[in-house]
Structures are given as C-alpha cells and as structure tokens.
Design a protein around this ligand. Sequence first.
Ligand code: CU
Length: 305
Amino acid sequence: MKIRSQFNLEELNKVMLTKRARLWLGLIAAVSLLSLASSCGGGGNTNTEETTTVKAVPTKDAGTITGKVSFTGTAPAPVKIDTSADNNCAKASPNLTSEEWVIKDGKLANTFVYIKDGTLADGTKIGDYTDPAPSSAVTLDQNGCHYKPHVLGVVVNQNISITNSDQTTHNIHFMPKNNPDWNQSQVAGAPAMTHKLTHAEVLAPVKCNQHPWMKSYVGVMKTRLFAVSGEDGSFTISGVPPGKYTVAAWHEGGATGTEQKVEVTVPANGSATADFSFGASAALRGQPSSLPMMPALEVPMMGRH
Ligand SMILES: [Cu+2]
C-alpha cells in the first residue's frame, strides 16, 4: 500500500513535469511564431506598411539639375474625347482632348524626370539613400472628368490626397506593378481620400473605372530627386548633392512608355543641364517591335552657372 502510494506520487510528479514542460514548449512556440510574423511584416501582407530605413540624401553643397524636354518632328494631334456617356462630364468638359502628348512650341509636358543612378562626390551611391516621406500630401484632383495633374511624383509612403471636384462619381484605380492594386469610388461632394504607395515604381498608371479616357501616372521614388516637365518642357531638380548621375526622363508615349537617359555631373553648389528630346519613335504607339528604335541616349549638356 505504501509502495503503491509512493509509486503514484512519482507518477503524479512525472505527469506534472510533462504538463509544465508542455506549457513551456507551447509558450516558446508561441513566442517564436510571433517574432517570425513580425519579421515577415510587409512581405506577405501587401496592406502592411513597409518600414523603410531612412537615410536622407545629403544637402551639403547641393546643386540643381535643370533642363528642357522637347518633341522633335510632327507633333501628334490631340484627339477629341467623347464624354457623352456621362452628362456631367459632357457639360463640364465639352472639349476634352487626349493628354498623351501635350506639346507646345516643340516642348513636351508631363515628362517624369528623375535621378536613376549615380555616385556622390563622397563616393556613396545615390541608390543607397532613402528620403523620409514629406508630411505634406500631393493632391490628385478629378476635375472636369480628367486628372489634375496628369503626371505626378511622390516619395515612397507620401500621402496622395484624392479629391473629386466634379458633380459625378469617379472610381479611381491605381494599377501599379510593385504595389497593391487599389480602387475606390468617390461620389460628388465626398471628402478627399488618401492613398499611398509603399514601394518605388516608375510609373504607376491610374485610371477611372467610370470614365475609360481618364488616365494619370504616379512616379513613386525613394528620394525627392525628381520633377515633372511643365507646359514649356522645363524642369528643375533641386537639392542635388555634388556627384555624377544618370538622369532619366520617362514619358507615357509608346506601347509601354519611353525612357531616355543622360549623364550629368553636378558640381558643388552648382548646376548641370540635362536636355531630352522625344520624337517620332516614341509616338509610334502599338507599332510592331521589329521597327528600328531611335537611340535613346542623348549627348549630355553640362554647364556651370
Ligand atoms: Cu471618372
């Protein structure tokens, strides 16, 4: 009887130990899973905001890159858009025309110009820098049944404020490659919506699911070193640290857009010029790819002022 009870006690101890061990094992497993899940944040779940290490582009002795974007040859004529499918649009914008090629006196608007690559004077690579997202939002307005602006740039994680100035419903649809697809309806008078892209991309197309002619492009950059050419074709990228860079100009024309590159040297506290010229080859939308392409490289024009 005594022996039996002792044996039982031992058994009980064993069972208790096993239970405790199981509890510990369970806890360890839970903690491991939690840490694994947090380290994977932003990878699997595309809605998770990505935590980016900020290492801002240095501003010491910064200079500027300025230039003009031209269109050579016969400018493609703007195409009138039939907005009759939506009475509000027909009323607001009876003379809406395509915005793919906005050319005035041989100068091309809506070209996205950015520093694609390069090395700073201190030997560091521009690709290793990540600017913090500016606290101010960039506005993308649906106005007269087209987007204003037609091309815009943001820093990764910078807010885009989407407004509807029309008396109709729009459905804005971001169709990026490196970021999640996103679309939202916005009725007339609705408050602004906010959206942001967490990965760099040149350029994310935006369209309206209600009005198929509405198109816009958003350049999403790691740094603030970008600009969009204005109606006179000019652009300025300021706050560029001294160094040697590849400046790229992207325009939506062509089957999937056209990009050109120019090499520039920005002196300390000085400026460099990067001029671009798009021509007939970029305007051959949807033409067979066997057609010979015009060389995309330009002769750089550098200057100190
Ligand atoms: Cu719309």
